[in-house]
Design a protein around this ligand. Structure first.
Ligand code: URA
Length: 273
């Protein structure tokens, strides 16, 4: 995104403009016109060549991600890293250590999961938004607060100790896409091995997929308005697709549909094993 340098903004107006740009996902300042760094006044005074040779790059220096992507099978690397994770802590570390997803560079936090790891239900969302990126926890912003209220209506609470009355929550992507844009298919594909291992380690009795990105990752298809409300199978477990809570801000009439889905979830939890 290009921005123009303000000329006579007050402190408050400048701060509001900056907050607005951060909200939109701006992560680096870019001007309208290309700048030749060698024409800048402080560069003009520099000698053409440094008097002493530049120090060799330290071996510990990270290789830029863009170059690695050209020669590395990033999905295979993710698969190998995920397979090695024997515990949730291992998996969190494996995700934090995975350097092949460019989203990581723009994120403040890796958003791993929240809730009760012993819960019978695992909820899968899309990706962190601004609040989740800041706090490092999934579904803590507006959509998360609505989700908590809807879950409470069917006796589910992410912080409850009872496996029958709690949920575990994770996202397809652990890093916020800039400006909350939709995740790219390549980003979903490269993070999928981590999600699959996450499901294996939690070992839930049932899964709820919230929205199209979760369906794309877990079922390989989109079309949430058609898929929602019908039990299917993902990662070898009974799975219920439903609308993403953020959808309900745009289309409040859809709350009725999500309510139906939550009742179906509750009924399955209550059914004798
Ligand atoms: N939307 C998501 O899909 N996940 C979050 O964690 C927050 C909002």
């Amino acid at each position: 995104m290009q921005t123009h340098p303000p000329t006579d903004l007050s402190y408050d107006a400048a701060l509001a403009a900056l907050e607005w740009m951060v909200e939109l996902g701006v992560s680096a300042p870019v001007g309208d016109d290309p700048v030749n760094a060698y024409d800048l006044p402080d560069r003009l005074a520099m000698p053409e060549r440094p008097a002493t040779p530049a120090p060799a790059p330290s071996p510990a220096r990270p290789v830029p991600v863009a170059r690695m992507e050209d020669s590395v099978d990033v999905v295979a690397v993710a698969r190998a890293a995920a397979a090695k994770a024997a515990t949730l802590d291992d998996l969190r570390e494996a995700i934090i250590g995975y350097e092949h997803c460019p989203l990581k560079q723009g994120a403040r936090n890796t958003v791993f999961a929240d809730g009760n790891p012993k819960a019978r239900v695992m909820l899968i969302g899309e990706a962190p938004g601004r609040d989740e990126d800041l706090q490092g926890k999934p579904f803590v912003g507006r959509a998360g607060q609505l989700l908590d209220k809807m879950l409470a209506a069917v006796g589910l609470d992410r912080s409850a100790p009872d496996p029958n009355g709690s949920v575990y929550i994770a996202n397809v992507l652990p890093w916020r896409p800039p400006g909350n844009r939709d995740p790219e298919p390549a980003e979903i594909a490269q993070m999928l091995p981590f999600l699959a291992r996450h499901v294996e380690l939690i070992d839930p009795d049932m899964i709820v997929l919230m929205g199209n990105t979760a369906c794309a990752a877990a079922l390989g298809k989109r079309g949430i308005t058609r898929l929602r409300g019908t039990w299917t199978e993902a990662f070898g477990r009974p799975t219920l697709p439903t609308l993403h809570p953020a959808n309900l801000f745009r289309a409040p009439a859809n709350k009725r549909l999500v309510w139906e889905d939550l009742l179906a979830l509750r009924a399955r939890l209550n059914a004798p094993a």
